[in-house]
Design a protein around this ligand. Structure first.
Ligand code: ZN
Length: 283
């Protein structure tokens, strides 16, 4: 099953250009917003499985938003691929990787324009994003997938100057400028994927590939992240987890490279879909 955020209404994706509005098709039982669909996730899954496709609506990519646009909590994981930890100059984590947040005000849909403010250094980080579908508190890694509604593509766009300027790293703010957390194009449930623990992900700038890896290279896999986070906090339906980026970010290059106005960043994860971001100068 694929769930899209179409104009802030939950929609079941039928194919690349058609969808079913969940509130309309369920006669108001679910939706229309995305958060209420995650709050009733198990019932929605059962209802969708028995749905015979009736009236469909156009799935216009320009109208897509982040698949979970109003999470109670957003988690982002740092240094979760060996080669990225190395290019960042850190030891790879063994117990718990660094955890920070990205503020919801930075969320955007899959196709968007991102403003590069004057005097900043804006970097790319393609990431697998997981959305929680069932409250999780002290779950084991073995049980963790059953608490995940699905997966989507994310970019953890990062402003390195602000991130590294102070006495301690400034992750949350430096990764939360407007439009710095594009996600989509839709949520894919784990059962749709041959192996949800082994997906190819990557991104390119104006067609030049800059990151490419597999989620099987995650130091902490999605189930281990859910288990580890839920040891400390309660995870709620709709919560969003950015799982970390592989090697190939601009900061780790020699010489360093950052995004420039006019450049186009395309990101993908096999079995899920693509993001398209265009970068522009401040007015
Ligand atoms: Zn990241």
């Amino acid at each position: 099953m694929r769930i899209a955020n179409l104009d802030n209404r939950a929609a079941l994706v039928v194919d690349s250009d058609r969808a079913v509005d969940i509130a309309t098709a369920s006669q108001g039982r679910f939706g229309p917003g995305l958060q209420s669909v995650y709050e009733s996730w198990q019932e929605v899954v059962e209802w969708a499985a028995s749905l015979s496709p009736g009236d469909t609506i156009a799935l216009d990519r320009a109208r897509l938003g982040a698949p979970s646009p109003e999470p109670r909590q957003v988690f982002a994981i740092g240094l979760n691929y060996q080669a990225h930890a190395a290019e960042s100059g850190f030891e790879a984590p063994t117990q718990l990787p660094p955890v920070f947040t990205k503020y919801v005000s930075s969320f955007a849909g899959p196709d968007s324009e991102v403003v590069i403010p004057e005097g900043t250094t804006v970097d790319w980080e393609v990431e697998l994003v997981a959305v929680i579908g069932r409250t999780a508190r002290r779950v084991t890694a073995h049980d963790a997938w059953s608490h995940v509604a699905g997966l989507t593509v994310g970019q953890d766009i990062s402003e390195r100057t602000a991130q590294l300027r102070g006495p301690a790293p400034q992750f949350g703010l430096a990764k939360s400028l407007p439009g710095f957390s594009p996600q989509g194009p839709w949520l894919v449930t784990p059962d749709e994927l041959d192996n949800p623990d082994d997906l190819e992900l990557g991104c390119s700038i104006d067609g030049e590939q800059v990151q490419k890896s597999r989620t099987s290279d995650l130091i902490f896999s999605v189930p281990r992240i859910v288990a580890a986070l839920s040891e400390t906090v309660t995870l709620y339906p709709g919560d969003v987890i950015f799982t970390g980026t592989p090697a190939g970010v601009g900061m780790g290059r020699t010489p360093q490279r950052f995004l420039r106005p006019g450049e186009k960043l395309d990101s993908w994860i096999s079995g899920i879909g693509e993001l398209h971001q265009r970068f522009v100068a401040e007015d």
